[in-house]
Design a protein around this ligand. Structure first.
Ligand SMILES: Nc1nc2c(ncn2[C@@H]2O[C@H](COP(=O)(O)OP(=O)(O)O)[C@@H](O)[C@H]2O)c(=O)[nH]1
Ligand SMILES: [Mg+2]
Length: 252
């Protein structure tokens, strides 16, 4: 039996996810209820398949957004509905089979033990991980740690995480960025600034070849440009907050 919760839900943003989406959602449902999928303007027929699955199984809700607006926007659409339904925390995971559904209960338990914190997946790569992605991460992680004065972000980009809903929604409502691939790093940095402590848990990440059903919409030029601009604005935000962050770092 999956764990079931009225405070913590699994939220899966999904955009043209490829062949693994149904297995991914089933794997999440085997661990947890409820599971909500936000279909982000997909054009691959996955919305219909997911809706059919929701008619067959307990615990699944499918939210379909008419247009593609990006991962962060899809998460925010889910957060708004989660808040309206009284949930306090969401575990985000990708829809393409890269994230370890079997760790959902452990991540949720860590969040339930410390509700004010955010629980971050720390990726454990296998030999299948592309070197460019693994090394690119080090750059983003270096910036994120500087921008938060080393408050403890284990990984800035991994999307397998439990977020407290209230501070994340507040941050996203106050910020017009964070709607695409800039969501994950900007969310952890701004949550740290807001005083939400990171807790890190190791979690394997898989990279599938295209012939195994692997799909990524990460575009090196477009998305690295987006991430560079994101770290530029976060660095400026960091300079403004430096006295506060230093004071907090020295006193807590
Ligand atoms: N790339 C992308 N992903 C989206 C979007 N909206 C939701 N997502 C979901 O965000 C997650 C991460 O995207 P993915 O392309 O797998 O990125 P990668 O794992 O970093 O290569 C997946 O679950 C996507 O389905 C979007 O507009 N673009
Ligand atoms: Mg992916």
């Amino acid at each position: 039996m999956p764990h079931s919760s009225t405070t913590h839900l699994v939220l899966i943003p999904s955009y043209n996810p490829g062949a693994k989406v149904l297995d991914t959602v089933r794997a999440a449902l085997a661990q947890w209820a409820p599971v909500w999928v936000v279909v982000d303007g997909s054009t691959d027929g996955s919305a219909e398949k997911l809706q059919a699955l929701a008619g067959e199984v307990e615990g699944l809700r499918v939210i379909v957004l008419p247009e593609n607006r990006g991962k962060g926007a899809a998460v925010l659409a889910g957060l708004d509905r989660a808040a309206a339904a009284g949930f306090t925390h969401v575990l985000t995971m990708d829809s393409d089979g890269q994230h370890p559904a079997d760790l959902i209960p452990a991540f949720m338990a860590a969040s339930q033990a410390e509700p004010a914190a955010m629980v971050l997946g720390k990726p454990v790569f296998a030999a299948d991980a592309p070197a460019l992605r693994v090394n690119g991460r080090k750059v983003s992680n270096g910036w994120a740690n500087l921008e938060t004065l080393w408050m403890g972000i284990g990984d800035s980009l991994y999307g397998f995480r439990v977020y407290p809903v209230v501070p994340l929604r507040r941050i996203m409502q106050a910020n017009r960025f964070m709607r695409r691939f800039d969501f994950d790093p900007e969310a952890v940095v701004r949550l740290c600034w807001a005083g939400v402590r990171p807790r890190n848990i190791d979690a394997p990440v898989r990279y599938f070849r295209a012939d195994e059903g692997g799909v990524s919409h990460f575009n090196y030029l477009r998305d690295n440009t987006l991430l560079t601009w994101m770290h530029t604005r976060l660095f400026l935000g960091f300079l403004l907050r430096l006295p506060l962050l230093l004071w907090r770092r020295l006193t807590t």
